[in-house]
Design a protein around this ligand. Structure first.
Ligand SMILES: Cc1cc2nc3c(=O)[nH]c(=O)nc-3n(C[C@H](O)[C@H](O)[C@H](O)COP(=O)(O)OP(=O)(O)OC[C@H]3O[C@@H](n4cnc5c(N)ncnc54)[C@H](O)[C@@H]3O)c2cc1C
Length: 461
């Protein structure tokens, strides 16, 4: 597969409304930067699309010239699959428009919109759908892999709220996928990641949310971690769908509500959101303050859109990242011991382990209702190996891998496709679980030559 010559690139430029970048362009290096600074790929062409017609042109160009193709939403995937070396990137990161139909409670987001774009537009009308917890994440990749966040216990996975999508297929055709139009494709898009085409538009159902909700953090010292996590497990098992509580184990950032002597010390953070009447939420969360002796708390009623950005300062782009993830049906005592052991030897102040408590509505659909199959996951655990310099790579990656291995005996076996690291190609089947074969059949119909393969690849049946 060779790089296209400049005459061919000029052909692509003709009638392309966005910008076609090659290594000679001044903004090329900026355009190939993504969230994870460990990824350093050099595409031959970055086709920055301004609309669906550009995406069609770029797909046709890659296919007709035998050029490797990658698709970029907001460029957040940890594995850097939104870029490729030497090929063409269909870059949607400038297609960020979000339109809200208040009467119908629907929102349409272009394929490069971030969660901030989406939440900003929908919360202006007191509406929302469940998305992730870091506002610079892309709607596209998040949705195509499943998607979960603070509203998921109440309203399900992001894919459970998808109504339709506009897709540029491998033949360059623009099709709609919904329950009534190309339903096989619609099923596959809801968890089958980027295998089936370029999604230029997503249409979501919206719910009335906030705009002000009870949310915040309660922080315990690591010395109390065992009893805090045990009580968290019992509390969470009985919590209503409106209440989400996640746990984050890390060194305390210098947050103003924490005493100075706690900064930089290992802590257990309970992060919560109540998606209902804040007064009811206040009563419900009271026990969370009695799991031990908190070193600080910051809980109050604030705009949901602000809470959606609360973790942004800990997840800024430009750091080096290596993540590992497991799903769990419960947090066993043995797992708690392993977590505490590894949190006591964090290799960098930026590393953390979190348990996203999902469950609730995410568990109710059957595993084959959508391509996303992990309907038994009560908790999604993620080891955020995160650090600043290449000199720390080996130490931080080793810590992430060791913890991943030590916690594996307690895991339920699935893997969340959106958290897979570049070296985890052996977990692709686990990511799609029992839905793999059906995905392979849909792939054979819509992309028989596997044009869309720079992703967690499903081979055409
Ligand atoms: C800091 C951080 C926080 C996160 N938090 C959460 C969270 O709370 N919940 C959660 O569920 N996930 C979370 N994630 C994971 C996130 O869902 C994935 O990283 C997701 O891939 C991001 O989407 P993106 O559009 O930015 O991806 P990109 O990196 O741009 O793309 C990833 C892959 O998705 C496919 N793709 C992207 N856009 C399109 C498109 N328009 N059409 C077709 N295929 C496309 C391509 O195969 C591409 O290779 C988080 C990730 C990070 C880095």
């Amino acid at each position: 597969m060779s790089a296209p010559d400049s005459a061919k690139v000029d052909q692509l430029r003709k009638g392309f409304s966005g910008k076609v970048l090659t290594p000679e362009d001044g903004d090329y290096d900026e355009a190939r930067k993504i969230w994870n600074a460990m990824v350093d790929k050099r595409p031959a062409i970055i086709a920055r699309c301004a609309g669906t017609r550009d995406a069609v042109k770029a797909v046709n160009f890659a296919r007709d010239n035998g050029v490797l193709l990658a698709v970029r939403g907001a460029g957040h995937h940890i594995a850097g699959v939104s870029l490729c070396d030497g090929g063409l990137v269909v870059d949607l990161s400038r297609m960020k428009a979000v339109r809200v139909d208040v009467a119908k409670k629907r929102a349409t987001a272009e394929g490069g919109a971030t969660l901030a774009d989406f939440d900003g537009a929908t919360q202006a009308h007191g509406l929302a759908t469940p998305v992730g917890i870091n506002s610079t994440t892309g709607i596209a990749g998040l949705t195509l892999g499943g998607g979960f966040g603070w509203l998921s216990r109440k309203y399900g996975m992001t894919v459970d709220n998808l109504e339709s999508a506009e897709v540029v297929t491998a033949t360059g055709e623009v099709v709609r996928a919904s329950a009534s139009e190309n339903p096989d494709l619609f099923w596959a898009l809801r968890g089958g990641s980027g295998n089936f085409g370029v999604v230029t538009r997503f249409e979501f159902r919206l719910h009335e949310v906030g705009p002000d909700l009870l949310s915040g953090l309660i922080v315990y010292p690591i010395s109390e971690a065992k009893r805090v996590l045990q009580q968290y497990r019992e509390f969470f098992a009985k919590a209503p769908d409106e209440l989400s509580v996640w746990t984050v184990m890390r060194q305390a950032p210098p947050l103003p509500f924490l005493p100075a002597e706690v900064h930089g010390k290992e802590v257990v953070i309970l992060a919560l959101l109540y998606a209902g009447d804040p007064k009811q939420g206040e009563e419900l969360i009271q026990p969370l303050r009695t799991f031990g002796n908190p070193v600080g708390e910051h809980v109050g009623v604030q705009p949901y859109a602000a809470w959606q950005k609360a973790f942004d300062p800990l997840l800024t782009p430009g750091a080096r990242n290596y993540w590992k993830s497991h799903n769990f049906t419960t947090i066993a005592d043995g797992l708690i011991d392993v977590v505490i052991e590894y949190v006591k030897r964090l290799p960098s102040p930026h590393c953390e382990i979190f348990f996203g408590g999902i469950g609730g509505a995410t568990k109710r659909p059957a595993p084959d209702a959508t391509a996303y199959p992990h309907r038994d996951a009560e908790f999604v655990m993620n080891v955020h190996g995160r650090w600043e310099t290449p000199a720390e790579d080996e130490r931080c990656i080793a810590w992430s891998r060791d913890y991943f291995r030590a916690s594996a005996p307690f895991a339920s076996g699935g893997a969340y496709v959106n958290f897979l690291t570049a070296d985890e190609t052996d977990r692709v089947r686990a990511a799609y679980g029992p839905n793999y074969d059906r995905l392979a059949r849909v792939k054979a119909k819509y992309d028989p030559n596997n044009l869309f393969r720079t992703n967690w690849n499903v081979k055409p049946a």
